[in-house]
Design a protein around this ligand. Structure first.
Ligand SMILES: [Zn+2]
Length: 474
């Protein structure tokens, strides 16, 4: 009897909450406004990618409602003349700044520093990034996603990969049975993917991947250091679905020849392993090693939270590297280009990811640099676009929802002033972004960015990385 009573109370609470959220009609959860983009050139990014010129797109209730059909009377008209519409961009490797880990100094203590979620994700939206793959997912990221879904924050969709075999804020696993348990915990806690990390031993790496397969969770990640110098056949295994950056391959060997790149590509093909080349990461490391001015001059640096600005400039682990080390970084930069060429030759799908959040890699802004580097390395403009739209959605298993411009899909789209198929740098020429059916015009984007910049300027002096670390020790 008691149980039934409890159930009734619980259901009442749930339905009340539902009602409240419906009444609120929060911007992101359900879009009331209907939009029509007129006279626009659509780059649908379907496999055939047939450009639809001078088209009309109607956006209703978060979705692409119709293409080239009638315009509803109450629709807000957006002029698309001489403009280009692409699917929203997906960054497949990010670490979004989130509130600190709740250090157990004493019960109820909570994090030492907190961040404004909107400011953390504004740079993504400003750059057309409407989905991100969080490769170091923590409970705080689930909280951020909830804020976005509720409509309190305008931000990207967030897919979550839990790290196994990492440092203290992640799950560690020393044995195959630890590894299997960690996968089950991650699944129970609501994470969607597993990220294998550098410090796993060989047996545990394989056990984690095997368990993830049983739990129907795809695996992305690093190649553990334990495999260094060993045959590549040891670490290319089925169900290790996505390599987090090309660096994982270059670190395994001193042979940085095209032949070696081809061997990696062949094994990736055989095992169904895709690649996030993440070329921008190593380019950035080399740049930082040479001079910190290279960081300060990055596009979008002023939108980086002051704590991270301070960390990147005062506690930069790459800066001050020896000439030999800088030469080694350059060798890796060059080898990563060969890896992209070899993977393309072997028809292994590649998806765009930046490692945004780590030193010198700025959320949103870095994606355009990555696309440019992929094209410089030999991808066509269209292949680079596919890597950040359709293919990325496919790997995440949500290609029926996002990744292309087709009726019925979520309205995640970027309106560009110039054609990115002619010059990939045109992905930066943003006239506006549709985020889950919500239209954010360039002038609103600028306002959002300005707010972040102002806040950063006012609060700059209050954030000091070294002081924060010391306060944790005390
Ligand atoms: Zn990363």
């Amino acid at each position: 009897m008691k149980k039934i009573y409890l159930l009734v109370v619980l259901l009442t609470i749930i339905s009340c909450n539902e009602k409240r959220s419906i009444e609120k009609e929060s911007p992101s959860s359900k879009q009331k406004l209907i939009y029509a983009i007129k006279n626009v050139n659509i780059i649908p990014m379907t496999t055939t990618n047939k450009i639809i010129e001078n088209a009309t797109v109607v956006i209703k209730e978060n979705k692409i409602h119709t293409i080239n059909k009638s315009i509803p009377e109450n629709a807000i008209i957006i002029d698309g003349k001489n403009k280009w519409l692409t699917p929203g961009f997906i960054d497949m490797h990010v670490h979004t700044l989130s509130d600190g880990t709740p250090f157990v100094m004493y019960p109820t203590r909570g994090p030492l520093v907190s961040f404004n979620t909107q400011y953390n994700v504004t740079p993504y939206i400003a750059n057309g990034v409407t989905t991100v793959f969080e490769l170091g997912a923590r409970p705080e990221n689930i909280g951020q996603r909830n804020e976005i879904i509720r409509g309190d924050v305008i931000g990207p969709r967030i897919a979550l990969a839990k790290v196994i075999g990492g440092n203290k804020s992640n799950l560690t696993a020393q044995t195959p049975s630890d590894g299997r348990n960690a996968v089950r915990f991650a699944k129970e806690e609501g994470y969607e993917f597993i990220k294998v990390y550098t410090w796993l031993n060989e047996e545990t790496f394989k056990a984690v991947i095997d368990e993830a397969k049983k739990q129907q969770m795809k695996v992305v990640g690093h190649i553990p250091a334990a495999f260094e110098g060993k045959a590549a056949t040891d670490f290319f295994v089925p169900h290790f679905g996505l390599i987090a950056h090309a660096e994982e391959l270059s670190k395994q060997t001193n042979d940085h020849s095209y032949k070696k790149a081809q061997e990696f590509a062949r094994l990736a093909k055989e095992n169904g392993t895709w690649l996030i080349p993440n070329l921008s990461n190593m380019v950035s490391i080399e740049q930082q090693a040479k001079s910190l001015e290279n960081i300060e001059n990055l596009p979008g640096f002023k939108y980086v939270h002051p704590l991270m600005q301070n960390k990147w400039l005062t506690s930069n682990s790459y800066h001050g590297a020896s000439k030999d080390l800088i030469a080694y970084y350059k060798e890796l930069v060059d080898f990563h280009i060969l890896i992209v060429k070899a993977f393309k030759e072997a028809n292994v799908p590649m998806v765009a990811g930046t490692d945004a959040g780590i030193s010198g890699i700025i959320a949103g802004f870095s994606l355009h640099q990555e696309l440019k580097l992929l094209v410089d390395a030999g991808l066509t403009n269209e292949e680079a676009l596919a890597s950040t739209t359709r293919l990325a959605a496919e790997w995440l298993g949500i290609d029926d929802k996002i990744g292309t411009i087709e009726t019925g899909k979520f309205a995640d789209m970027v309106l560009l002033d110039k054609n990115p198929l002619e010059d990939i740098s045109n992905t930066t020429k943003i006239a506006g972004v549709f985020v889950n059916g919500k239209w954010i015009a360039k002038k609103n984007i600028d306002t959002m960015l300005l707010e972040v910049e102002k806040w950063n300027n006012v609060n700059k002096e209050n954030y000091n990385w070294k002081a924060l670390l010391n306060s944790f020790k005390n």
